[in-house]
Design a protein around this ligand. Structure first.
Ligand SMILES: [Zn+2]
Length: 78
C-alpha cells in the first residue's frame, strides 16, 4: 500500500553557519530535538563548546527550518 502523503515527513535542519559563520555543518533530524542533539554533539567536537548555553540554544532553535522544501537551485521565495 502506498500512501505518499501519509508517509511524507518533513525533515528539520539547522545550518551551523547561521550560528557560527564559516562552518558548513548541517544537522538534520526528524524533529527539532534530534537536530538539537546533533548540533550539540557537533558544537562540542568542532567548536569546543563544553555545553550549549541557553542563549545558544535559543539561537539554534530559531535557526531550525524545514529541509523538505530544499531546492538545488536555491530557495525560491515568493
Ligand atoms: Zn559548526
Amino acid at each position: 500500500m502506498n500512501h505518499p502523503k501519509e508517509g511524507f515527513r518533513t525533515v528539520r535542519e539547522l545550518r551551523c553557519a547561521d550560528l557560527i559563520s564559516g562552518c558548513n555543518f548541517v544537522a538534520r533530524g526528524k524533529d527539532d530535538s534530534e537536530v538539537m542533539k546533533k548540533t550539540a554533539e557537533h558544537a562540542k567536537s568542532a567548536h569546543k563548546m563544553a555545553a550549549i548555553s541557553v542563549e545558544v540554544e535559543k539561537k539554534a532553535r530559531a535557526a531550525i527550518r524545514d529541509a523538505g522544501a530544499f531546492e538545488p537551485g536555491g530557495p525560491s521565495k515568493a
